[in-house]
Design a binder for this molecule. Structure first.
Ligand code: ZN
Length: 176
């Protein structure tokens, strides 16, 4: 996924020393969000939405189960359903907040599949725009990234404040 996007700040991620602690578990432990330190945007009892600190594209977010599992089948049915409902809500809010022309949604299960943190599964949502492979080098200056991330987090947060409204089943919505 997103092989064609040029994201040189990911080198910082690849070359920086790894802490044994799982960053997703650390973020989950600090919920209730919305948590600026971990860039968490929203949470349910089973999972949470977090901005990717090492994005492939502007507005790259992830939905993570709270449980530290390396495969979908290790989640309970309830946690599986919750995860997908959170992905659906996150897609809607990402569209609303950034108006992308497309979104890549996917998972990399296992290191061989490209997972950066294979031990704790997560679903990527990567907003896309026509020609964004040309746009991305504009954001390539690593010095602007922390500020860029904070701004993006605040922009998204104003929309993700309505996350739980998007978890309601439209089929069971009450008639006006
Ligand atoms: Zn974990």
């Amino acid at each position: 996924m997103s092989d064609t996007l040029w994201a040189p700040w990911r080198m910082d991620y690849i070359t920086s020393p790894r802490t044994p602690e799982c960053v997703f578990c650390a973020a989950a432990a600090d919920i209730p969000a919305q948590n600026a330190h971990h860039l968490v945007l929203a949470a349910t009892d089973d999972d949470f939405v977090i901005l990717n600190r090492y994005p492939y594209a502007h507005g790259h977010i992830m939905v993570c189960p709270r449980q530290h599992v390396s495969g979908l089948g290790e989640l309970s049915f309830a946690a599986q359903r919750s995860l997908f409902r959170s992905v659906v809500a996150a897609e809607a809010l990402l569209r609303q907040a950034l108006q992308p022309q497309g979104i890549n949604i996917g998972m990399n299960i296992g290191k061989a599949a490209g997972a950066g943190i294979a031990a704790h599964i997560h679903v990527h949502l990567v907003p896309r725009w026509e020609g964004d492979t040309n746009f991305m080098p504009l954001l390539a200056d690593c010095r602007v990234m922390p500020e860029h991330l904070r701004e993006t987090w605040h922009t998204l947060l104003s929309h993700f404040a309505h996350f739980h409204e998007h978890l309601r089943d439209p089929a069971h919505a009450e008639a006006p």
